[in-house]
Design a protein around this ligand. Structure first.
Ligand SMILES: NC(=O)c1ccc[n+]([C@@H]2O[C@H](COP(=O)([O-])OP(=O)(O)OC[C@H]3O[C@@H](n4cnc5c(N)ncnc54)[C@H](OP(=O)(O)O)[C@@H]3O)[C@@H](O)[C@H]2O)c1
Length: 232
């Protein structure tokens, strides 16, 4: 399968790439900004020849990026895992409009752009699947935490977009689902909850996300799943 994983330099995305790469049948396009981290990721992979790394900012113009050219060259894209994300932890009254916009740029608009660019290649796959990585904070009536208003509302938006796209892309046979994660031990969790240690590590959740994305897309469409073992 040809698989795009965004946010591949660290945390959950890095482990998703490593897990999926154990299967030598997969070709992975791994994207994020930190080139050094992407290079070290590739060197840690079991089948590094099957991982193409692209350092780029997903909020910038993607059409001129090498990444986009590589996608276009591929026969098709089977799986798009929209994992890249960012978080600002600040009281709502201290959040500037720019703060809010920067969170939505990464957590919503970059995904919108990438899906638009990728749909022509997804259409060429037999079983195309878009997996959006959401958050428990973006789930209606879940516990909410002070300081995370922009982050959580952006994740609510991506969950809703998932449902909308499942409907709109069903004629193309493209399934779109959202995994709304609970706490996983990464830098982002530290930023949100500095004194908290989660029971789940990125390696564990990566196995679940990788299997879900590659094996179970046909079984569901437009679904939002809470994948959470604790609060937060
Ligand atoms: N960890 C948790 O507890 C938790 C809970 C719920 C949901 N999630 C979600 O899970 C996903 C992964 O989170 P994580 O915890 O692994 O976070 P992380 O360790 O902070 O990693 C975030 C990734 O996103 C990339 N990224 C951020 N902005 C980018 C941009 N403008 N362009 C390209 N790449 C960008 C970062 O790479 P560069 O800096 O190299 O660009 C990094 O690889 C996120 O969507 C997050 O919201 C995490």
């Amino acid at each position: 399968m040809n698989i795009i994983v965004t946010g591949a330099s660290k945390g959950i995305g890095r482990e998703i790439v490593k897990y999926l790469n154990r299967n030598s049948m997969h070709h992975i396009f791994a994207v994020s900004r930190d080139k050094k981290q992407l290079e070290s990721l590739k060197s840690e992979c079991t089948n590094p020849e099957n991982v193409e790394i692209f350092d780029g900012d997903l909020t910038q113009n993607l059409e001129s990026a090498d990444f986009y050219k590589a996608i276009q060259k591929a026969d098709c894209i089977d799986i798009l895992i929209n994992n890249a994300g960012m978080l600002i932890n600040k009281p709502f009254m201290d959040m500037s409009e720019e703060d809010f916009k920067s969170v939505f740029e990464v957590n919503l608009f970059s995904i919108v752009k990438l899906i638009k660019l990728t749909v022509p290649s997804l259409r060429k796959s037999k079983n195309p699947h878009i997996v959006n990585i959401g958050s428990m904070g973006g789930i209606e009536r879940s516990s909410k935490f002070a300081g995370l208003s922009a982050y959580s509302s952006s994740k609510a938006a991506i969950a809703n977009l998932t449902e909308c796209l499942a409907e709109e892309l069903k004629e193309d046979n493209i399934h779109c689902n959202c995994l709304s994660l609970g706490a996983v031990n990464t830098e982002m969790l530290q930023q949100a909850f500095p004194d908290y240690k989660a029971t789940i590590n990125p390696e564990e959740i990566a196995v679940f996300i990788g299997d879900f994305a590659t094996k179970y897309g046909r079984l569901m469409n437009g679904k939002i799943f809470s994948i959470s073992a604790s609060t937060p």
